[in-house]
Design a protein around this ligand. Structure first.
Ligand SMILES: Cc1cc2nc3c(=O)[nH]c(=O)nc-3n(C[C@H](O)[C@H](O)[C@H](O)COP(=O)(O)OP(=O)(O)OC[C@H]3O[C@@H](n4cnc5c(N)ncnc54)[C@H](O)[C@@H]3O)c2cc1C
Ligand code: SF4
Ligand code: SF4
Length: 1014
């Protein structure tokens, strides 16, 4: 794969490279390596930023396939004098991975375990491996790598080493520097050097060690007086390896390890080839004591005493976060189990060890301690694992809720990880609160009270006065840090944001020594220039992602008349109260669409591979382009004119959106609620209006329109599946994959064959509902009514058996359409007409309180999602309130005590695959609840992302391979490994994918219940 430079890169703060150099670089990489070469504007744009506020366009992006590729790329870059920037997950908060360089992305191919010695608890890995992936492998050995950063699902070990990352349990296990045994890395002259214990070093390593030792000896007095004496100090280089200044020694036996010089060096000294890590035993038991505090000050003051009991974590959650969690229905119950009254703050104190009994004694000690501190009976004991897990999830989600603040002002990360000695924590936080108030902002506090590192972010608008306020707050915070002898950079690194504070922290002599270290290892300044040595000012607006008006290229948006209503995002927020203005008042020229896109803060959580849905296309391609973040960045660059004036409807954006299966996984799993499925509808609507719809688009979109006719002549319309050569022809002419059979037409549709005596008229149903009788409106969609009418009949029989009066909406002896097929093909106007007609039919019933019960998740949930942003008014809102899936309805009725249905026992195990939209709307739990109504049933939920079919996506020839790869990630293998099981899948395309991939029939839950009616 190669994409070539389109426009000369913009090189703020580095020498201006002529475009010919970039072209030569791309050409030489192409000829001399096997890697992927991404030099087009959109690719470079996607790698121009990270989880910081900064943005610099790189020279190009290189995705190496092998070590040789990297070594060759370093040689070519050195030859052409182009800087190199190594990148992992790109989740740095300070701009470490932003630069005018050749970015080398290690995550796609450079992510293997090279050697694992469980007896000695040592493992060697490539730098692109993600922490959660490593720990998943180690679990079977009861081991783990304990630097448990919050970004464990996406952070790589190479990046963690680059930043000297620290986890919640650093009080017990230390930071990266305490847990790395050795590294192998290329220097800028191309030599591959082993960094490890000084006694094992080769010639080059010894030379470097002697140089650093010499500097350390010469500067001993400065180091002793200027070096922060806290565990959490990550600024500058670790010049103190020969005279450790950290509260926690870098090595257990006090020996010196040269690998520790590279830890925290942010890719400025060498390019890591591999890391040898020290593993820890996984604790067998943990307990939590949740201490409730009447004042924030008392919580801060207690931390210094609590740590003496030897906890593995002491994490703070303040009042604001408690309130936010209580307001969230999914967290309320968990938080209620942890709080006593209305605490101003809580500390989560975790003890880990081998025996729960011993740990419970620790909780007694904690309780006694709190009594001694004047807070008797203020601790909640939490010994049960699931309860602890739930509470940790709330602690993590607190940050997510905070980050989801709408409007241009955002919680900005720049002083969020200063570390101060615990005895000063209370005074420090009091003083910092006053600083925020002085600048018209306030902070929400959370995180690592155990080591004096509290995360706090004031809300600033970087497009207006944010930079000026940032500097003032940073200066006043720095003065406090100095007063309390803390570290200004205590967790997230220096990057572009805190580089200028290194000299302030350590003084000129040590800063010169840092420069000398850089010159020793990288005299040609090849690696990540402008970080640690010669950094820019933190408030240089020209480097901001949202550059202010004073910058040479201020951030601006190209006005767009949107097809969907995005006004919910078009707001501003008050930095003090966080209250947002009314929808539509935010001053966005795109009606809020741009602001919705800008919600992506690049935290990279969409790179996760856990049980959630987000992001199926990234999971199979591992390309930044096919990631929610990559798409959001592409859209942002396009709507702000950074990819050219007409870029929003360009092929570059189309390519980024193409593999988005509109699963809505991001709507639910993204911490800031980036809803790419909705953005894809908006994009497609504009793109297709400009570039035209294909015949395939029309065939897919208007299927609900011709379904009735086609079902009259099913033999004719099924010829494509049956006549030899027809599949091939349909692939060549229409783009439907020849490897797929299309849904089979049949004449016995629901509308033609239904038993009318089962259904009352709308008027009768409304009367019954008003009289308090059990009623439901069965919304039979095109798919279940036309291709799988047995599902609709089964649902009707089940509901009737359970005593419900039924009505079904019907149009001219056929179905109403929700508009989904039109939305999928970028025809919002037509979708609006379809959904509008359906809503009009449903509205009187919904208004009378009838539940609208649907079978196909993507159709029914359109009423709760897209129908609300198509300008269909209040009627749409009333219908949305009453719209629920078959299983959601039953679950609701069970809870209300209205559901009575006798069922026979299950004779086989039940496997459940949740449709992505069910997952996005929290509608999977209700299916499990309903399945558990079956006597003897113990349903198992398949931990799967999207099935890969996603409406018409998987039928398309251009998507077939990716579609099958998505299914093969876990769905199909799990089904194959349970040959006896009944497979329940409510999505019509999911059922089709399962049939294609396993030759097994999956059924709608309605059919399973119907088959068990007694
Ligand atoms: C929401 C959020 C929460 C966070 N929580 C934590 C936390 O709990 N603790 C914490 O410490 N940090 C945290 N961070 C910061 C960040 O996630 C961590 O520093 C993480 O370890 C970075 O990993 P990465 O793979 O994304 O590295 P990147 O950001 O890609 O890179 C980090 C640095 O390492 C260098 N690098 C990467 N690979 C190599 C290589 N092969 N050779 C040389 N240099 C290399 C890069 O050049 C860069 O300077 C958080 C960030 C966010 C957005
Ligand atoms: S899309 Fe969401 S999860 Fe992905 S980087 Fe952006 S904010 Fe994070
Ligand atoms: S909708 Fe699904 S495929 Fe598209 S970006 Fe979101 S998670 Fe990824």
């Amino acid at each position: 794969m190669q994409s070539t430079p389109e426009t000369p890169p913009d090189f703020p703060r580095t020498k201006n490279l002529p475009n010919e150099i970039c072209v030569t670089l791309a050409r030489r990489l192409q000829s001399d390596t096997q890697g992927e070469i991404l030099f087009d504007d959109a690719s470079r744009g996607r790698y121009s930023t990270d989880a910081s506020i900064y943005q610099i366009t790189p020279v190009g992006v290189f995705v190496p396939r092998s070590e040789l590729d990297i070594a060759t790329a370093i040689a070519i870059a050195r030859d052409l004098n182009v800087p190199i920037l190594a990148r992992g997950g790109g989740t740095s908060q300070c701009g470490q991975t932003v630069g005018a360089a050749l970015i080398i992305d290690n995550t796609k191919y450079f992510n293997r375990i090279l050697d694992c010695n469980t007896a000695d608890r040592i493992i060697t890995v490539e730098p692109g491996i993600v922490l959660d992936h490593l720990n998943a492998e180690l679990k079977k050995h009861d081991l783990w790598y304990p630097v448990d950063v919050s970004t464990s699902a996406q952070a790589t070990l190479g990046g963690m080493a680059g930043n000297n990352s620290c986890g919640s349990r650093s009080i017990a296990y230390g930071n990266m520097v305490h847990n790395v045994h050795g590294m192998s890395a290329w220097l800028s002259d191309g030599e591959l050097v082993d960094f490890g214990p000084v006694s094992t070093l080769g010639l080059r390593g010894r030379d470097i060690a002697e140089h650093v030792h010499g500097l350390a000896k010469r500067l001993r007095t400065d180091i002793n007086s200027n070096w922060p004496k806290v565990t959490r100090r990550v600024a500058g280089y670790n010049l103190d390896i020969f005279d450790c200044q950290s509260e926690r020694p870098y090595t257990a036996d006090g020996s010196v390890n040269l690998a520790h010089l590279l830890i925290g060096s942010e890719g400025t000294l060498a390019y890591t080839r591999s890391l040898t890590l020290k593993l820890s035993e996984r604790p067998k038991a943990t307990v939590l004591g949740i201490v409730n505090f009447p004042t924030f000050h008392s919580a801060m003051n207690s931390a210094q005493h609590i740590v003496k009991l030897g906890p593995t974590a002491v994490e703070l959650v303040d009042r604001t976060m408690i309130e936010l969690a209580l307001a969230n229905p999914s967290f309320r119950a968990t938080v209620e189990t942890a709080v006593i009254g209305k605490p101003a703050a809580i500390l989560l104190v975790e003890f880990s060890g081998n025996s729960k009994e011993d740990l419970l004694l620790k909780l007694n000690q904690l309780d006694e301690l709190m009594g001694d501190l004047g807070l008797p009976r203020m601790m909640v004991e939490m010994a049960e694992e699931t309860a602890q897990k739930n509470l940790w999830a709330v602690r993590k989600a607190g940050l997510n809720i905070m980050m989801s603040l709408k409007g241009d002002g955002k919680p900005i990360s720049f002083i969020e990880d200063c570390a101060v000695p615990l005895e000063h924590l209370a005074e420090y936080t009091d003083a910092l609160t006053e600083v925020f108030a002085k600048h018209g902002s306030r902070g929400t506090w959370y995180a690592h009270a155990s080591v004096g590192t509290l995360h706090v972010r004031p809300i600033l608008d970087m497009r207006t006065d944010g930079a000026a306020k940032m500097r003032l707050i940073a200066e006043e915070t720095a003065a406090l840090v100095r007063k309390y002898k803390g570290a200004f950079s205590g967790e997230h690194g220096d990057g572009l944001c805190r580089g200028e504070w290194i000299e302030w922290q350590f003084g000129p002599a040590i800063n010169d020594a840092f420069r000398s270290i850089k010159n020793k290892l990288d005299p040609i300044n090849l690696f990540n220039p402008g970080k640690i040595i010669d950094p820019p000012r933190m408030d240089d607006g020209s480097l901001f992602r949202f550059a202010p008006p004073s910058a040479p290229k201020p951030y601006g948006r190209i006005p767009i008349a949107t097809s969907l209503d995005w006004s919910e995002w078009n707001v501003q927020a008050d930095p003090l109260t966080e209250v947002t203005t009314a929808p539509g008042t935010g001053g966005d020229e795109t009606g809020g669409f741009a602001k919705a896109i800008e919600m992506c803060n690049n935290n990279g959580h969409c790179r996760k591979f856990d049980a959630g849905t987000m992001c199926p296309s990234y999971r199979v391609t591992r390309d930044e382009q096919h990631l929610t973040r990559g798409r959001a960045n592409t859209l942002r660059l396009a709507i702000s004119g950074q990819l050219g004036s007409d870029a929003f409807t360009s092929d570059a954006v189309y390519q980024a959106m193409d593999l988005c299966v509109s699963c809505k996984g991001c709507k639910r799993d993204c911490p800031t609620g980036v809803d790419m499925a909705k953005m894809k509808i908006e994009f497609l609507d504009h793109y297709k209006r400009k570039n035209g719809h294909t015949l395939k688009d029309h065939l897919v979109a208007s299927l609900p329109d011709y379904a009735k006719t086609a079902s009259l002549f099913p033999w004719l319309f099924n010829l494509r599946n049956t006549v030899p050569g027809a599949k091939w022809l349909s692939e060549k002419t229409l783009g439907f994959s020849a490897k797929r059979s299309l849904p089979k037409w049949r004449s016995d549709t629901f509308w033609r064959t239904k038993d009318n005596s089962m259904f009352l008229s709308a008027a009768e149903t409304i009367v019954a509902a008003r009289a308090g009788q059990k009623t439901a409106v069965l919304f039979v969609d095109t798919f279940n009514g036309t291709f799988e009418s047995e599902n609709a009949f089964a649902a009707a029989r089940v509901l009737r058996h359970a005593g419900y009066i039924l009505h079904t909406v019907e149009k001219d002896g056929g179905h109403y359409c929700c508009g989904r097929t039109y939305l999928a093909t970028g025809m919002v106007k037509q979708a609006k007409a379809k959904a509008g007609a359906l809503i009009e039919a449903l509205y009187p019933l919904a208004k009378a309180g009838c539940a609208i019960v649907g079978l196909e998740p993507s159709c029914l949930l359109t009423l709760r999602d897209e129908a609300l942003v198509m300008g269909l008014g209040d009627q749409a809102k009333i219908v949305a309130q009453q719209a629920m899936l078959f299983e959601e309805f039953i679950s609701r009725e069970i809870k209300a005590g209205r559901w009575q249905l006798a069922l026979k026992a299950a004779t086989k195990p039940i496997l459940l695959h949740g449709h992505c939209h069910q997952k996005a709307f929290d509608a999977v739990q209700p299916i499990l609840e309903v399945l558990r109504q079956i006597p003897g049933a113990n349903p198992e939920l398949i931990q799967s992302s999207c099935c890969g079919m996603a409406g018409s996506f998987g039928y398309e020839a251009s998507h077939y391979d990716v579609s099958m790869q998505m299914a093969e990630v876990s769905l199909l293998p799990t089904i194959r490994s349970h040959p006896e099981a009944i497979v329940v899948a409510d999505g019509t395309s999911c059922r089709h994918q399962i049939a294609d991939g396993t030759a097994r029939e999956a059924i709608h839950i309605a059919r399973l219940l119907d088959s068990l009616l007694s």
